[in-house]
Design a protein around this ligand. Structure first.
Ligand SMILES: Cc1cc2nc3c(=O)[nH]c(=O)nc-3n(C[C@H](O)[C@H](O)[C@H](O)COP(=O)(O)OP(=O)(O)OC[C@H]3O[C@@H](n4cnc5c(N)ncnc54)[C@H](O)[C@@H]3O)c2cc1C
Length: 419
């Protein structure tokens, strides 16, 4: 079947591929300045677009209903004049002909197309990884499946001490499970946080009863049909009723690659989120966009980038003059800890970590700084339970302000006074 969505009666035909937050926000961005363009939203999952952060937090802990994660209800898409193609993934894109083919054979023509296909969890490639009870966490049903395993006393083994691993560990401990985390590095989140702050995360979780196996890998997963244990590379067997794999994600670039669109750790996009193909934009986890402020391309796998980037892409598609230039931002909640991080620390930057406040109080800030002039320049900053500070962190990063390191580290000096 071919659906001619292209340019009817002068109306622009928009197609949005991907059913996540970036896709939903793109609709809002388009409608800001184009109230009658035709919009078709194509999603692989057979659900309305939803937000993923609650899947490892309030929803997983049973504090919120799954329904609260939906970005908008079905009526909203109807009111916005959006045609939904749910549970029907795009299988190929012809960027020359401006056509998109869906799994059921339908072909959509477009004037402007957004790729917001997100990312997919990396699979654990060891014997036994296909046993029942080896779980990933990206989609709603996976959060439900995991929650169902959280019976009091269940033995949960988590592979990977990244954000997903740590948030699942916190939720599992809240539910009374026994939790072991296996991580090849020497601390959680070492690549982003460094040893010192990573060590604080380890202490936080140990204080809540989580056991870590650092410097350790998974040799195989044992069980008959269901998982019973994880055999580590050093030969230990950790008993398990469920194994949660959180070893990173890869951007879903297949559609773009098939269409000859430039990719490099995601779909390469300019500051208006335009890709190398005329009429095609990219946003969210899948986009590796040019940051004007940072002077480099960045791909950000976090909520704010899907929210703001989706909106920006929609605006850009509808003809607004857009420079998408946020300071990368993310947040996390674990136990009674809330944290926010803003900035960008390139690999090999040699950034030093400067602490402000005492980490053991669970109320502190950390800054990733490089020396400059008489002081230091902030590449990134994070607060743990020190609220209303992240705007100042973003300002310091954006303005490349050179600050005195003693004053930056002193909680008595207001961040707003650091100029
Ligand atoms: C459990 C969990 C917790 C998180 N918690 C936090 C947090 O606390 N803080 C934070 O900042 N970030 C968090 N994140 C990250 C954040 O949710 C993501 O950055 C965000 O979901 C990215 O949105 P997106 O729209 O780009 O992609 P996605 O949310 O991945 O959505 C992309 C959608 O496109 C669909 N798709 C893929 N290919 C096709 C195709 N060919 N055709 C049609 N559809 C397709 C996919 O099925 C998917 O539904 C979390 C992520 C997860 C999984």
């Amino acid at each position: 079947m071919s659906t001619d969505t292209g340019g009817q009666q002068g109306r622009t035909a928009y197609v949005i591929v991907g059913g996540g937050l970036a896709a939903a926000k793109a609709v809002e961005g388009i409608r800001e300045s184009d109230s009658d363009g035709m919009i078709v939203l194509v999603a692989e999952e057979n659900r309305l677009p939803y937000e993923r952060p609650p899947l490892s937090k309030a929803v997983l802990k049973g504090e919120d209903e799954m329904e609260t994660a939906f970005t908008h209800d079905r009526d909203w898409y109807f009111e916005q004049g959006v045609e939904l193609r749910l549970g029907n993934p795009a299988t190929s894109l012809d960027a020359e002909q401006h056509t998109l083919t869906l799994a059921d054979g339908e072909t959509l023509s477009y004037d402007k197309l957004l790729i917001a296909t997100g990312s997919t969890p990396r699979a654990l490639d060891v014997p036994g990884a296909d046993l029942d009870g080896v779980l990933y966490l990206r989609e709603m049903q996976e959060s439900e499946a995991l929650k169902a395993r959280f019976a009091d006393g269940a033995r949960i083994v988590i592979v990977g001490a990244g954000w997903i691993g740590l948030e699942v560990a916190a939720a599992a401990r809240d539910a009374g499970c026994t939790v072991t985390v296996i991580e090849p590095q020497s601390a959680p989140l070492v690549a982003v946080m460094g040893e010192q702050v990573g060590g604080w995360f380890a202490d936080l979780h140990r204080g809540h009863g989580v056991e870590f196996r650092f410097g350790e890998g998974v040799e195989r997963i044992e069980g008959d049909t269901s998982v019973t244990g994880v055999v580590t590379k050093s030969g230990d067997t950790v008993p398990a009723d469920a194994v949660v794999v959180g070893v990173g994600i890869t951007p879903n670039t297949g559609l773009a690659e098939g269409a000859g669109i430039t990719t490099d750790n995601g779909i390469v996009a300019d500051p208006a989120l335009r890709t190398s193909a005329e009429g095609v934009w990219a946003a969210g986890d899948v986009a590796n966009w040019r940051s004007t402020t940072l002077g480099t391309n960045v791909r950000v796998e976090h909520w704010a980038n899907a929210n703001d980037g989706g909106l920006a892409a929609g605006r850009s598609m509808a003809g607004q003059d857009v420079t998408y230039d946020p300071i990368p931002f993310f947040f996390s909640d674990q136990y009674d800890i809330g944290l926010e991080y803003a900035g960008y620390v390139p690999r090999g930057s040699g950034a030093e970590v400067l602490l402000r406040g005492e980490p053991s109080s669970n109320e502190f800030m950390a800054f990733w700084v490089v020396p400059e002039g008489e002081g230091v320049r902030v590449l990134a900053g994070m607060h743990v339970n020190v609220w209303d500070t992240i705007d100042d962190v973003q300002r310091l990063v954006r303005d490349k302000t050179v600050v005195d390191r003693g004053r930056l580290a002193d909680p008595k000096v207001a961040l707003a006074d650091l100029t």
